[in-house]
Design a protein around this ligand. Structure first.
Ligand code: ADP
Ligand code: MG
Ligand code: MG
Length: 211
């Protein structure tokens, strides 16, 4: 079964819930290799989306929900993550524009466009210890699953699991982009906060799809 507006709204609600639950954890991660605001930034941004969900007009599509997230994050979240996630949701929205429901191929298009948007904006490569290190394994796993005949929900499940593994894999890396890169070798041994928030957001997407 395809993923419709109900899924998209549930994704955002669950995303806001998990980012709120993990706010302090993300702050702590960012304090270790950044300036300690990532949990605050993400929680504030997603909380700001919630009331706007109630104002979506009848007939809205999943793309409309993602666009609402994008514009809200861009206007309420500062720093690196606001524009990066804003671009991700904007490009993801454009990739599924006009579709009332998305299938497994749609999930791949959405994730890939989001990742490509982050890369275009932030210029990070795989292994630079950023959120890209969660997004790219998610895209690759999603594509393999969809090509193998997985449903949209199954595709999101493997994407979320791959993002979580990708976040784990940032721990030994030396940061080459963002604030953490100022630490050089001392950034090794710490998880990248943006990779972890990506893992939480994709977990929320998968959980909403399996409902
Ligand atoms: P800031 O570093 O401005 O305080 P946040 O703390 O909200 O912003 O976000 C930090 C996260 O942003 C990092 O953990 C990393 O995942 C991500 N990030 C930073 N720079 C880049 C970049 N150039 N490309 C991709 N992701 C990046
Ligand atoms: Mg920060
Ligand atoms: Mg900051």
């Amino acid at each position: 079964m395809g993923l419709d507006i109900t899924w998209a709204v549930d994704w955002v609600r669950r995303g806001a819930e998990t980012l709120s639950e993990h706010r302090v954890e993300l702050i702590t991660l960012d304090r270790e290799i950044g300036d300690g605001d990532h949990g605050e930034n993400m929680d504030r941004g997603f909380q700001a989306v919630l009331p706007k969900l109630d104002d979506l007009p009848a007939g809205s599509t999943p793309a409309d929900v993602l666009k609402l997230v994008a514009t809200t994050l861009i206007s309420t979240v500062g720093g690196a993550a606001g524009p990066l996630y804003g671009t991700a949701f904007l490009k993801g929205s454009a990739a599924i524009a006009g579709e009332s429901s998305i299938d497994a191929a749609g999930v791949v298009s959405l994730l890939e466009a989001s990742r490509d948007g982050i890369v275009a904006r932030g210029k990070a490569e795989s292994g630079d210890k950023t959120m890209v290190d969660a997004w790219t394994p998610a895209v690759d796993a999603a594509r393999a699953a969809a090509d193998g005949g997985a449903s949209a929900a199954e595709t999101l499940r493997v994407a979320a699991d791959a993002a979580a593994a990708g976040s784990d894999a940032t721990i030994p890396l030396v940061a080459r982009k963002g604030r953490a890169s100022y630490l050089g070798e001392r950034s090794a041994g710490h998880r990248d906060p943006g990779a972890q928030s990506t893992a939480y957001l994709l977990e929320a997407a998968a959980a909403a799809a399996s409902n």
